[in-house]
Design a protein. Sequence first.
Length: 337
Amino acid sequence: MTNRERVRASLAHRQPDKTPYHIGFTLPAQAATATYLQDPFFVSKLGNALATMGTTGKDAWKEGDCCTWEDEWGVQWNRSIDKDIGIVCNQVVTPATLETLFVPDPDDPTRFDYYDTVIKPEGARTDQFVVADLGFSLYERAWTLAGMETVLMGMVSDKAFANALLDRILEYNLRIIDHACVYDIDAMMFGDDWGSQTGLQMGLKLWREFIRPRVAQMYAAVKAHGKFVFIHSCGKCTQLFPDLIEIGLDCFNPFQPEVIDVAEAKREFGKDLTFFGGISTQRGLPYGTPDEVKAEVRRLIEVVGKDGGLIASPAHAIPADAKPANIAAMIEVLQGQ
């Protein structure tokens, strides 16, 4: 089977010849692993099942002073500590300035001008499963623009502002979906961290009031194009699984074993959801031993990967504190299936 066939089998809850996997790295972890393996090109040899592409336009990011970058929405990110994403260091919009919020052009063709070269390199379609990643898609985009406190307070005490801001973002997202899904992609990935280590940041009631109706529209738009729907949402989001299944989610990521019992989630939701993740980045990779990591990965494949329904992966891009020996142990098991 090709990697694309393996992922499609897993999404259909059929047993592939081996469990598909995908390994992502933060910049420090990738550099440390390259040194450990004595191979600066090791990432290209991993056998990752997914080809992930962004949806931002050419020159969308602008470099500012020192370690600050500005995204296409005008959000400034300080990368002096976090080299991969950064920390938001400005407030783009307030309730008083919402009417003048600048929204990037979703119809900018440069967002997708490289898609065919990835999907069909040298005229032949890649054997990977192709995912278009929208990134910060709704709640996360809202709080990067207005601040998390402003958005969460707005859901309680200024609902008109919260609704209006989320609607502006939704309108943009729906245009991006329509453009991306014209291409021969397999899925759309949305990034929207709703969880913390103990539960939902805004609680179930507010999630259903503000997030679910808009997410449902986004998922429906993807389904109308015949594509699969992936969500990346960190934290303990298990109480959302019935809602997400109902509105059409196919695959949930990052499936953090520190906050989600992966075996229980498989038993309860495995006939409807495929899980993408499951390898500990908070415990196993930074603090375990190579043998412990190997055992964890094998157990994940045997329990959650049974009858499909799994894309094995670290629960997030591997952080800087992960031990290279543990990363190598994980790679050994995933490649050796």
